[in-house]
Design a protein around this ligand. Structure first.
Ligand SMILES: [Zn+2]
Length: 110
């Protein structure tokens, strides 16, 4: 049964103007995306599993995983990554549990 697992979510994408595609030499066609990974339990996001990047040329469809990116694309990826924060809803499950615990604690004094 599929209860817990990992899911991915595109946090941000940007087509970088400076990057020239190493395969087809097209300018302004490389789209860099930051992908967030989260661990979920019964479809509720629980924990952040980090981020990674991919790039895709919109002209020739050449794509790179972040380990294999040419330096120029890697630079655009790191720049974009700087602006991306892990969304708070990645921790929804933890927040719900913490809230429930707090309510339980407070209800003793009410
Ligand atoms: Zn290309």
């Amino acid at each position: 049964m599929f209860i817990a697992g990992k899911k991915t979510f595109v946090l941000k994408s940007k087509t970088s103007k400076e990057v020239i595609c190493p395969t087809c030499s097209a300018k302004n066609s490389t789209k860099v995306s930051i992908i967030g990974v989260y661990k979920h339990l019964i479809q509720i996001p629980f924990l952040s599993g980090g981020k990674y990047g991919i790039s895709k040329c919109l002209n020739c469809n050449q794509h790179f995983e972040h380990q294999l990116m040419p330096d120029s694309i890697k630079l655009a990826y790191f720049e974009l990554k700087e602006t991306v924060k892990t969304p708070i809803w990645f921790y929804s499950g933890l927040i719900i549990i913490k809230t429930l615990v707090l309510i339980k604690i407070f209800s003793k004094y009410m």
